[in-house]
Design a protein around this ligand. Structure first.
Ligand SMILES: NC(=O)c1ccc[n+]([C@@H]2O[C@H](COP(=O)([O-])OP(=O)(O)OC[C@H]3O[C@@H](n4cnc5c(N)ncnc54)[C@H](OP(=O)(O)O)[C@@H]3O)[C@@H](O)[C@H]2O)c1
Length: 232
């Protein structure tokens, strides 16, 4: 399958690209800044035997996303999977009394509207059999397990889970499999060095969910990277 991955330049995104290539898929790796030659993602593309293309993809830039989708369509490219992985964790320590609505806007713009823009413009390319949309979410978005503080990130991921549920009911007749996936607390720039989960383990789990078209046991399309239902 051809797999589009956003935020592929570092963290889980690099491991998703690596795991996808190892499993025989082709990858369109979206990065906000085009990488310098020596980066991990450039090396991965160079070693991929032409199965990985790096593209500039800032999820806040709707014109850029539209132009990229049009270029890929003109080049005859199709997709089997869209993985909305790019996100930002901001304003975690901001007190409620000092809540900065700009921080809210940033989180919503990247973590929610980003996936919405990407799906809007890439859906016409998602024509391969067994197609999936994976929104990389977080346990932080669970309403059931809400915790104090960190308003921007948590609320943006709750809204992302709603987007996944809406996509599921909108696209199930077309046979498109949709999941919100909590990737675990991973040792990336976002998760920090103390995190217990290797992002590569999470990436392999997510690829398995895609290949097996894993469905949650319950009503909500929110699972962790092992396929276990998460609480909405
Ligand atoms: N790490 C964890 O413990 C954890 C836990 C739960 C959920 N998650 C979720 O897992 C996913 C991956 O997280 P991570 O740990 O790999 O994060 P990370 O190490 O901070 O990497 C974030 C990625 O998103 C990209 N990005 C940010 N803003 C962007 C934009 N406007 N357009 C395009 N790309 C953008 C970054 O690109 P630049 O290099 O250009 O900034 C980077 O590639 C996220 O959705 C995150 O919310 C992570």
């Amino acid at each position: 399958m051809n797999i589009l991955i956003t935020g592929a330049g570092r963290g889980l995104g690099v491991d998703l690209a690596t795991a996808a290539l190892e499993r025989g898929h082709s990858v369109i790796a979206g990065v906000r800044q085009y990488p310098a030659e020596q980066t991990e993602i450039s090396q991965l593309a160079a070693d991929s035997g032409g199965r990985m293309t790096i593209v500039r993809l800032d999820v806040t830039d709707e014109d850029g996303i539209a132009a990229l989708a049009a270029d890929l369509k003109d080049a005859g490219r199709t997709l089997g999977v869209i993985i909305n992985n790019a996100a930002v964790l901001n304003g975690t320590d901001t007190l409620l009394e000092e809540l900065d609505i700009e921080e809210m806007r940033t989180a919503m713009d990247i973590n929610l509207y980003g996936p919405m823009r990407v799906v809007k413009h890439f859906l016409p390319l998602l024509t391969e059999p067994g197609a999936s949309i994976i929104n990389v979410s977080s346990e932080a978005g669970s309403i059931t397990n809400a915790y104090p503080g960190s308003f921007p990130y948590t609320i943006s991921k709750t809204a992302l889970n709603m987007f996944s549920q809406k996509l599921h009911v909108t696209l199930q007749e077309r046979g498109i499999h949709v999941l919100s996936v909590h990737p675990g607390w991973m040792f990336t720039d976002m998760g920090g060095a103390a995190a217990p989960t290797n992002p590569r383990t999470s990436a392999d789990g997510i690829l398995q969910l895609i290949e097996q078209r894993t469905m949650p046991e319950g009503r909500f399309m929110f699972v962790d990277y092992t396929g276990k239902d998460m609480e909405i």
